[in-house]
Write a protein that binds this ligand. Structure first.
Ligand code: AHG
Ligand code: MN
Ligand code: MN
Length: 336
């Protein structure tokens, strides 16, 4: 089969979608170029002095890694001048990122985690970039308001991630299937490698940081015990696989089948709702997993139906194979 690029695939398979317009393809192209630049830096991180910390602390209260800041700057620089956005939001920026008036504006909104799993950079573990694309609700020409950005995940026009691992891959959905592309460095293009990904309905992996066992609620403990026990639908314990890099854990489970969990944690006030953020981690991955036939919940609600209250809102996340996520929902429903 001749190699198919992301844009060819978009135009071939999704032309009837309203966003297969020049502006959407321009947006995807700028995301792709940003990822290639980030991938190059990630792959040489061990060689040049971009490891380590910037000395700043981000809105999450976390020390900002130079690579976080680098990835953030690349995305903002490339996308603000692309003429397709009216606003951006990033894990690394407390507030909305406005498009400078010097550049033409569009009606898309990009929300992103510039570098996910960055605490793993030192250990040379796969990390990623996650993005979510909405269309503004307020009329063009007016200033973008937070209400334009704080939309439910079900409104996303598209969502995806890049994973910088043994190869650099892009997985995205524009609402019709989830598709994977692998970067061929010799031509500098992401080429279709995983068309129409479907996650197995019953998984064989559970991914969770079990060191927080003592801080979980009862339904979560029952869920993890279920996956560890031989008395489950598989008739044998699931494999435990946890990299500590959401994009890497999610990507492996998407392809092999399984469930990733980051439960709420009663210990720390800021993690009482879990650690992962709704707008640029849970919601985009939830759009992808549903396009691949899987599910994503906070234990009680479909992730894509959660009404965001604020930009960096955290949510508990259970995401992956349909039957495994349904088990979590069942434990929440049956545990008083
Ligand atoms: P980020 O690097 O964007 O802050 O995300 C880190 C997240 C996610 O990648 C991963 O699943 C989770 O942190 C791991 O958290 P624990 O170390 O608490 O397990
Ligand atoms: Mn992250
Ligand atoms: Mn991050």
């Amino acid at each position: 089969m001749p190699p198919v690029t992301v844009i060819e695939h978009l135009l071939l398979h999704q032309t009837e979608l309203p966003m297969a317009t020049g502006r959407f393809t321009r947006l995807l192209n700028e995301l792709i170029l940003s990822a290639k630049i980030i991938s190059r830096e990630v792959n040489k991180a061990g060689l040049v002095d971009i490891l380590g910390f910037t000395g700043e602390v981000n809105v999450q209260g976390e020390a900002v890694l130079k690579l976080d800041e680098f990835a953030n700057r690349v995305l903002i620089h490339r996308l603000e001048r692309a003429g397709v956005l009216c606003a951006m939001a990033s894990e690394e920026n407390a507030d909305l990122i406005e498009i400078p008036s010097a550049f033409p504006a569009g009606d898309y909104i990009l929300i992103f985690d510039p570098l996910d799993g960055s605490s793993n950079v030192e250990g040379n573990v796969s990390i990623g970039t996650i993005f979510s694309i909405h269309r503004r609700k307020s009329p063009e020409g007016k200033n973008v308001i937070l209400d334009d950005v704080l939309q439910i995940g079900a409104n996303q026009v598209a969502a995806g991630y890049f994973v910088y691992g043994s190869s650099t891959m892009m997985v995205y959905t524009a609402g019709r299937g989830a598709h994977g592309f692998t970067l061929d460095p010799s031509v500098g293009e992401f080429l279709l490698s995983h068309p129409d990904i479907k996650i197995p309905e019953l998984g064989k992996i559970y991914s969770v940081n079990e060191s927080y066992w003592n801080y979980w609620d009862e339904p979560t403990r029952k869920t993890v015990s279920y996956f560890k026990s031989p008395n489950n639908e598989r008739g044998q314990p699931y494999n435990s696989r946890y990299i500590g890099s959401l994009v890497a854990d999610f990507h492996r489970n998407l392809l092999t089948g399984g469930i990733f969990m980051y439960p709420a944690d009663s210990r720390e006030p800021k993690k009482i709702r879990g650690k992962l953020r709704l707008m640029y981690e849970a919601a985009p991955l939830a759009m992808i997993i549903e396009a691949a036939g899987g599910m994503a919940t906070d234990g009680k609600m479909r992730i894509l139906d959660i009404e965001p209250q604020e930009l960096h809102q955290r949510v508990p996340l259970y995401i992956g194979s349909k039957k495994d996520v349904q088990k979590v929902i069942e434990f929440y429903q049956t545990t008083s």
